[in-house]
Write a protein that binds this ligand. Structure first.
Ligand SMILES: [Fe+2]
Ligand SMILES: [Fe+2]
Length: 480
């Protein structure tokens, strides 16, 4: 009987590649800034939006003389302002019956609190866009009738989730309150509690103004951005903060270096020096778990998928006899493998029936975004490649790069098997989980052509508490 043992997870890595070594010290802010790019995708904003919002917000805080102590907390409230964004995506999609990411992106440049052409145009271009005319009109009237109540519910879901995540990560009450009240308006017409003026925490007032400035900056340029917030001063925004923004804009300091490539370096330099938090193994794990929950909250179709894949991947790794350090990195890669899925609208994720070619292209791009986001984390360079290869197949028939056996590392092969296993076996809203025996049969049918045979057999052996069957591995010699 062959005992699977691949203690070297670097096996089958490309020449010159090395397994990630975490730098001796990483700042917590470096990890959270990098992962905030995923939140931008769900919000329909250009990647880097949260980081730019943080930079603008920190400049406003300095301009109004906020203490360094408070600035240290504000920094994380700004970076995590959209942490709850995925939790209302499915609900919004079902209300609009259309692409909710586009709707979320465009609502930020719409003054929807005033009834007029702007809000009507928004409704016409974002509600039930693919439906026949009569059904569309019907849906529009339904949306209009329940708009206030729905908006409040959607914001509440989002802010409760976001503030919960901040607490889960160990941040202070003021950070989570800043996130919770992000959508309150100065005149009391915001959500979820209709707070007015100074009742709204200053972190939320700064974050709301800063995010609006960045959205308009990206869409219409700096002059239009300032004009937009001045128009809403006293309604949406604290007039004193708008004045501070105008004064910073006049000197040019407001927009400084927001268009530079090294955004992450720039935002890192704005974290108050005395409170810079160094990440440890524990805090990195906590962040990975929190973001896995953000990913899984996007759709009931993917509920608990990331943690399911992580459990299966670690079981395979354990059968290979991987050491604790490798298992830790494998779990992190599995927890975050689908982070790029935050770029896929729920109108596609939850579509009954087959996706169109265009929709399929969007789906196939999600591992590309996984790579783009994870590679920004110091020490995750190799892990990001493995995580982004979870839909690749040994025979080159997978996506998004069509990589083949020569390019797929041990980690990538494990993730591919764990991903399919969880997708088939987990219960979904539209079906029960496929029974284990059937799933094993399906996995074996694809190995070794598309899936890695040792990984498949290790998973089956682990799930059935048995010895893996003997097999001949032509490319790797396993220790016996
Ligand atoms: Fe995926
Ligand atoms: Fe997946």
């Amino acid at each position: 009987m062959t005992r699977l043992d691949a203690n070297d997870p670097n096996s089958r890595m490309l020449p010159g590649q090395q397994r990630d070594q975490l730098p001796s010290s990483i700042r917590l802010s470096e990890i959270i800034s990098a992962l905030s790019y995923a939140l931008d995708l769900t919000e329909g904003q250009p990647m880097g939006h949260s980081v730019r919002t943080c930079m603008i917000g920190m400049r406003l805080a300095q301009q109004v003389g906020m203490s360094a102590q408070e600035q240290a907390d504000l920094y994380y409230a700004l970076l995590l302002k959209d942490a709850g964004c995925s939790s209302n995506a499915s609900r919004l999609f079902h209300i609009l019956n259309a692409d909710e990411i586009r709707a979320k992106g465009d609502v930020k440049t719409t003054d929807w609190t005033r009834v007029g052409w702007e809000s009507l145009h928004y409704a016409l271009t974002h509600v039930a866009t693919g439906m026949p005319f009569l059904q569309r009109m019907q849906r529009l009237f339904q949306v209009a009738a329940t708009q206030q109540q729905d908006s409040c519910t959607l914001v509440k879901i989002r802010c409760e989730r976001g503030s919960y995540i901040a607490k889960q990560l160990g941040f202070s009450d003021s950070v989570s309150a800043g996130i919770y009240n992000l959508d309150e308006h100065w005149n009391g017409r915001g959500y979820p509690d209709g707070l007015r003026k100074q009742e709204i925490p200053v972190f939320s007032r700064i974050a709301n103004l800063a995010q609006t400035l960045d959205v308009f900056l990206a869409a219409r340029g700096p002059e239009a951005a300032l004009e937009a917030v001045q128009k809403r001063s006293g309604r949406w925004f604290d007039p004193e903060l708008v004045k501070a923004a105008a004064s910073l804009a006049k000197s040019g300091a407001l927009w400084n270096s927001l268009d530079q490539k090294d955004l992450l370096g720039n935002v890192a330099s704005l974290e108050p020096e005395h409170r810079r938090i160094t990440a440890n193994e524990d805090s990195i794990d906590k962040i990975c778990i929190a973001f896995a929950e953000v990913i899984d909250a996007k759709s009931p179709f993917t509920y608990r998928h990331s943690s399911g894949v992580a459990d299966a991947a670690v079981e395979i790794g354990q059968w290979f006899g991987m050491n604790a350090k490798s298992l830790k990195m494998l779990r992190r890669a599995a927890l975050l493998h689908d982070i790029g899925k935050l770029s896929v609208p729920n109108s596609i994720l939850e579509k009954p029936g087959k996706p169109t070619n265009e929709e399929w292209t969007v789906i196939k791009n999600h591992p590309y975004y996984t790579l783009e986001i994870l590679k920004k984390i110091p020490g995750f360079e190799r892990l990001s490649q493995d995580a982004a290869a979870h839909h690749e197949k040994l025979d080159g028939s997978g996506y998004w790069r069509g990589w083949g056996s020569d390019q797929l590392s041990r980690f990538a092969r494990i993730l591919a098997v764990a991903d399919i296993f969880d997708a088939l076996h987990a219960k979904r809203p539209y079906r029960d989980g496929i029974p284990l025996e059937k799933v094993f049969q399906m996995l074996r049918e694809d190995a070794p052509r598309a899936l890695d045979l040792p990984c498949v057999e290790a998973l089956i052996a682990s799930k059935t508490n048995s010895e893996p069957i003997a097999f001949v591995e032509p490319e790797i010699s396993f220790a016996t």
